[in-house]
Design a protein around this ligand. Structure first.
Ligand SMILES: [Ca+2]
Ligand SMILES: [Ca+2]
Ligand SMILES: [Ca+2]
Length: 236
């Protein structure tokens, strides 16, 4: 099964599982939208339904090993929110989605909140407060955003995966950050798949074991290392 309701145009989290402070938002959020009317917002803050959950609960939800979120190089992850969905893909299929990281922390800050995505058992940071390109946002409750960006990543092996997205506070549990995701698709390119040379499955991705010091842990490193290759999938 491919990703269902990956653009959230149902107006709910139908087909997704969620934990923490997760909401369906429209352009009224203040960032605009990157696709259609609805998008998903995950925050490190509170909500009427309970808000962010402890790191340990988040890691259990994501099937991460205990402490993994502390090992991403950003400091002591404390709490956050996440969504996930299981899907099947064929080798060479391309996962693509739009994202936008928002924060009220300084950019940069030692309270280095970050957002990540994963295709289990691999995960990758999307952005943190040290990322480049922040600008002032009109989004309610946040001061800066990275703007909408698109990622496309090939999937190396046919299989069933859990796709996840999350955002966490680092260092303390105050001053919120958030991740917007939308337009999540798994595209099939059939026989040309062998041209895709990158891939989840490459060494250094964050999986169910702690990172090594040489691991690739974020998108910027991935680009600079050229690990994603130069094929059609390299559309960071
Ligand atoms: Ca949408
Ligand atoms: Ca921690
Ligand atoms: Ca924070």
């Amino acid at each position: 099964m491919t990703v269902v309701n990956g653009n959230f145009e149902v107006g709910t989290f139908s087909n997704w599982r969620t934990i923490g402070d997760t909401r369906i938002e429209t352009a009224a959020l203040g960032t605009g939208t990157s696709e259609g009317t609805f998008q998903a917002l995950l925050t490190t803050g509170a909500s009427a339904s309970g808000g962010s959950v402890e790191q340990s609960d988040l890691e259990e939800f994501l099937n991460f090993s205990s402490g993994l979120l502390d090992n991403l190089g950003n400091g002591d992850a404390t709490e956050g929110s996440a969504i996930k969905q299981t899907f099947t893909a064929n080798a060479g299929d391309v996962l693509t989605f739009n994202w936008n990281f928002l924060t009220s922390e300084g950019t940069p800050s030692s309270f280095n909140d970050f957002a990540f995505f994963g295709v289990s058992p691999f995960a990758l940071e999307l952005a943190d407060t040290n990322s480049s390109g922040f600008f002032g946002t009109s989004a309610v409750n946040f001061s800066e955003e990275t703007g909408f960006q698109t990622i496309s990543v090939s999937i190396a092996q046919t299989g069933t995966y859990t796709l996840n997205f999350g955002v966490v506070d680092v260092g303390d549990t105050s001053v919120d950050s958030a991740l917007i995701v939308d337009n999540i698709q798994v595209l099939s390119f059939g026989s040309i798949a062998s041209n895709n040379d990158v891939l989840f499955g490459a060494q250094g991705f964050v999986g169910e074991s702690p990172l090594s010091s040489s691991a690739i842990t974020n998108v910027e490193q991935l680009i600079s290392s050229n690990a994603i290759g130069t094929g059609r999938d390299a559309t960071f």
